[in-house]
Design a protein around this ligand. Structure first.
Ligand SMILES: Cc1cc2nc3c(=O)[nH]c(=O)nc-3n(C[C@H](O)[C@H](O)[C@H](O)COP(=O)(O)OP(=O)(O)OC[C@H]3O[C@@H](n4cnc5c(N)ncnc54)[C@H](O)[C@@H]3O)c2cc1C
Length: 380
């Protein structure tokens, strides 16, 4: 067993750290307040090859694994979760195309994701279908050579920015199995009837675009089906087993940033004639945070490594997602507490980290749903 990153992996990690340190740090407060980010940062990230590194060379990518994608995500989130989310989620959906897309779909979309010509999004959640994705009622009906889609989607990342949206649709409502009723269909966002409305007032990752999508009499060719008709649920689970690794790396990056802020502040802030860091109560918190972070990183490293080796362990992915999200929230909370009143002011990074962390326990499977998956793997 070897716990060392390869020279190439260390190089990717270093390049990502330097890029994010240079491009994100000064802009983070402004983008958080303005609920937007500068698309030129995403373009630069694409130019430098950070977006979609897991995409095969034949589609313009670097042909690395999800592990390398995670290394980049950890560095980006350590610099700023909001901008990190905005930049790297530009490829959210390409994993599904890689797994289940047709050759034509891959050739059309994947090179554009890598080069920064287009963003992609995946629209599953609906106003009345969140954790229970099988309750999705956005309907796609076959009419001649086309799908006709009607419905609405909620909380969609990149909703107003993505050129292509992979929409989870009800295609076989009469299927006796709830897991056999849905299919993914690719919808270009310039299709007549596609309307994305940006959501404002998010608690965290405010630089990242989140939208509500209305789909009204959308018509796309039958060839826009991604994967097999009626297999959408199983395809979604396979997709999440890849994208949840990304969330783990986001969480570890955020937790690491919280620890760094805590160390910096407690070493300089003095109370009772000594630095905060000299109090054992503070030292214990720092020790616990560092240990949680190492444990979470080891979990996601193993989960990502297994996935890239073709030995995907879905319960391990769920453990890594649940644990890393939880420790990110705890680390941000502890770090803010160590800042006292200063931590409550938005000029301080720790305040943003505290707000940004919570999403990790919600999107791509809530912490409760991750535990359901883990328990099922043990109990059946
Ligand atoms: C910023 C942001 C970005 C997002 N991006 C996307 C995106 O790009 N694409 C997309 O499709 N969706 C996206 N989502 C949606 C996200 O995945 C959902 O919010 C999430 O899956 C939870 O669904 P819900 O909000 O409907 O909550 P609900 O499913 O209503 O859950 C509410 C609470 O009940 C709990 N609960 C539900 N069922 C059970 C159960 N069986 N056992 C125990 N507890 C349960 C949940 O864990 C949760 O705590 C995004 C959300 C946000 C906030």
């Amino acid at each position: 067993m070897n716990f060392e990153l390869t020279k190439e992996q260390k190089g990717i990690q270093k390049a990502a750290r330097e890029f994010a340190g240079k491009e994100f740090t000064d802009k983070a407060v402004g983008f958080d307040r303005e609920e937007r980010f500068d698309l030129s940062i995403w373009k630069k990230a694409c130019d430098l090859g950070f977006v979609g590194v897991f995409i095969d060379e034949q589609y313009g990518g670097a042909g690395y694994g999800f592990f390398e994608h995670c290394l980049i995500a950890e560095e980006f989130w350590a610099a700023d979760p909001g901008i990190g989310a905005a930049v790297l989620s530009a490829s959210f959906g390409s994993e599904l195309l890689i797994l289940f897309g047709t050759e034509e779909q891959k050739k059309l979309v994947l090179p554009q994701i890598v080069s920064g010509e287009a963003m992609i999004g995946t629209a599953i959640t609906e106003p009345d279908a969140g954790s229970d994705v099988t309750a999705a009622i956005t309907a796609a009906v076959e009419e001649g050579s086309e799908w006709v889609i009607n419905g609405s989607k909620m909380f969609i990342t990149n909703g107003t920015l993505a050129k292509y949206m992979l929409v989870f649709c009800l295609t076989d409502p009469e299927n006796p199995s709830r897991h056999g009723r849905h299919s993914f269909i690719m919808v270009p966002s310039n299709t007549m009837g596609f309307k994305a409305t940006k959501l404002h007032g998010k608690m965290g990752i405010r630089a990242s675009d989140t939208a509500e999508i209305s789909l009204k009499d959308i018509r796309v060719p039958l060839q826009n089906l991604v994967g097999k008709k009626g297999e959408g649920f199983h395809e979604l689970m396979a997709f999440f087993n890849r994208t949840r690794l990304h969330i783990c790396a986001q969480a570890v990056g955020l937790a690491r940033a919280a620890l760094e802020e805590a160390v910096r502040h407690t070493k300089s802030r003095r109370q009772f004639g000594q630095t905060l860091a000299s109090f054992q109560a503070i030292q214990f918190k720092i020790a616990e945070m560092a240990t949680w972070i190492r444990a979470a990183r080891n979990l996601y490293y193993e989960a990502a490594w297994r996935t890239d080796e073709g030995k995907l362990d879905h319960a391990l992915v769920a453990m890594a997602k649940w644990f890393s999200a939880q420790i990110a929230v705890r680390c941000a909370d502890e770090a803010l507490q160590m800042h006292g009143g200063y931590g409550y002011i938005d000029e301080y990074k720790v305040q943003r980290l505290y707000r940004d962390a919570k999403i990790l326990e919600i999107y791509e499977g809530t912490k409760e749903m991750e535990k359901v998956i883990i328990a099922r793997s043990l109990l059946g």
